[in-house]
Design a protein around this ligand. Structure first.
Ligand SMILES: *[C@@H]1O[C@H](CO)[C@@H](O)[C@H](O)[C@H]1NC(C)=O
Ligand SMILES: *[C@@H]1O[C@H](CO)[C@@H](O)[C@H](O)[C@H]1NC(C)=O
Length: 504
């Protein structure tokens, strides 16, 4: 009794505190969303993206995304963000760098003046161009000419912006983490020998003087193994201990930022701000690939967005926020390489979120109910690829392949394209209708038109609609005069006899 009474009293005392805790928890889960600030890389290596004006309006009205980074200075894209309040980072193409460089550290070259006149002045300040990136990952190109001209080009462009009356537009250049020769544990990190004094010291001096950020592209995605997956994905793990600092790093992204900071501090520039030009994680990959799923992408990007917004900073840079651009805004269907390359996007090409990472205004990652979609084979896919898709879907993929066998409803038209399309769609529908279920090494394509209604060659039924033969014509001698090829004729007879193939 006494014990139970004591428990009740204790509970009664605890209750108000508990309610307070619950309130705090629910508050803290709302407040960060309202104050979220995040950038995205707006790449457009795709043939199915909405026009830039529609993208800009969508980002402004529906999302918390307040910065975009462009990989070039595409005028349509820059103009699309005019009046949106979304700031834009534009990029000088690598090849323009030598012409921008100036011999004088303070006077802009004619090339830099011309670049600003052509690519900045027509748009600014209607479009809030907040930074001009001079090239992309120039040190990684190992091109001596570009590397030698990089810092002079940055100085010259900065002077040209000031001369044009745009002193608030910052200048920087993004680096891959290949600029570090050692990075683990973070405290021992250093810039690659040869570049440290010749390139990074003057570059960091420029950043300090102009109060602009050193821009890096840390990608835990390109550095994880089966053993370090949880460390890369912000999930519980045993950490990487840094004996020099006594810090136990439990996240690779944070460790990478501290490694960059340690290298900068070694040269005497620990005070220079760091911004993240690119980082991200794909939501789909090749069959069997470890660590690429919607859950994994959500864990990385969700935690990343919370971290860079929290103001928590890192062990070496407590209290700092990092201007960050997630790679990427869209899943880009024309990116070459492994499947994952085409699934780095936070959004699908139809503007629906690839997953709910908390960036939609008014909450909810769910798009307005998308229409039905079907997956079909690309018309230009090779026979070998189509056969491989059939083999995969009918084998590991678990699709029911009886319909395309002889006697099945979808045997005709008896072509690889039609059979593969039917089976790829069956797989896509059964696997959960994620866009990546229709990737098939880029030989699949989503369509909003029911393939059962596609013209031949996907489905025979349409052959009838198209040529509009009444069924009772079958067998009449007039047929020959129509000069249809025999495959179509045969299809037509079969359809008349067996009914038609219906895509799920
Ligand atoms: C332009 O963008 C920068 C960086 O995001 C921001 O600080 C500034 O207030 C913006 N300016 C305008 C006029 O919106
Ligand atoms: C680092 O932190 C993890 C997770 O908290 C823990 O499991 C691990 O033992 C720690 N390692 C060291 C060396 O402190």
């Amino acid at each position: 009794m006494a014990a139970s009474g004591g428990l009740h009293t204790a509970l009664a005392k605890l209750l108000p505190a508990l309610v307070l805790v619950l309130q705090l928890v629910s508050f803290s889960s709302i407040t960060p969303a309202a104050a979220l600030s995040i950038g995205v890389n707006y790449g457009a290596n795709a043939d199915n993206l909405p026009p830039p004006a529609q993208v800009a309006a969508f980002l402004k009205e529906r999302t918390f995304i307040d910065r975009v980074k462009l990989f070039d200075a595409n005028p349509d894209m820059i103009r699309a963000f005019a009046g949106t309040g979304i700031s834009v980072m534009i990029t000088v193409p690598n090849g323009d760098i030598p012409s921008l460089a100036s011999r004088s550290p303070s006077r802009p070259s004619p090339g830099a003046v011309a670049w600003v006149a052509a690519h900045v002045a027509p748009f600014y300040p209607d479009t809030n161009i907040s930074l001009v990136a001079v090239g992309n990952e120039i040190l990684a190109t190992a091109d001596r000419n570009l590397i030698a001209h990089l810092v002079p080009a940055m100085r010259s462009l900065s002077a040209a912006l000031v001369a044009a009356g745009f002193p608030h537009i910052r200048v920087s250049t993004p680096h891959s983490l290949g600029i570090l020769s050692t990075s683990e544990p973070p405290s021992v990190a250093r810039f690659r020998r040869g570049y440290d004094r010749a390139v990074f010291a003057p570059m960091l001096d420029f950043h300090r003087r102009t109060r602009t950020p050193f821009l890096v592209n840390p990608y835990p995605y390109f550095g994880y193994s089966a053993r370090t997956l949880n460390y890369a994905l912000f999930r519980p793990n045993s950490g990487v201990f840094d004996p020099a600092t006594g810090v136990n790093y439990t996240n690779m992204f944070v460790a990478q930022l501290d490694a960059v900071h340690a290298a900068m501090r070694r040269l005497g520039y620990g005070d220079v701000e760091i911004a993240v030009g690119e980082t991200g994680w794909p939501s789909a990959g090749d069959p069997g690939q470890l660590g690429v799923s919607v859950e994994d992408a959500l864990s990385f990007n969700g935690n990343l967005i919370r971290l860079v917004n929290s103001g928590r900073g890192t062990p070496m840079m407590p209290g700092r926020k990092f201007e960050t651009y997630v790679f990427a805004l869209f899943n880009e269907n024309l990116k070459p390489g492994p499947t994952a390359e085409r699934y780095f996007g936070l959004f699908n090409a139809d503007l629906s979120p690839a997953y709910d990472v908390g960036l939609m205004r008014g909450g909810g990652g769910q798009p307005p109910a998308p229409g039905r979609k079907w997956c079909v084979a690309r018309a230009d896919a090779s026979a070998a690829a189509l056969q491989a898709n059939i083999d995969y879907a009918c084998g590991t993929g678990g699709a029911d392949c009886r319909a395309i066998q002889d006697g099945g409803a979808c045997f005709y038209p008896s072509t690889l394209l039609a059979h593969a399309s039917y089976i790829m769609n069956a797989y896509y529908q059964a696997a959960g209708r994620h866009d990546f279920n229709c990737d098939f090494a880029r030989t699949g394509v989503l369509t909003a038109v029911d393939p059962s209604k596609h013209p031949f060659p996907l489905c025979t039924r349409v052959t009838i609609h198209r040529f509009n033969f009444p069924v009772q014509w079958a067998g009449r001698s007039r047929f020959r005069k129509l000069r249809l090829d025999s495959a179509v004729m045969l299809d037509w007879f079969v359809v008349a006899g067996h009914g038609s193939c219906k895509f799920q």
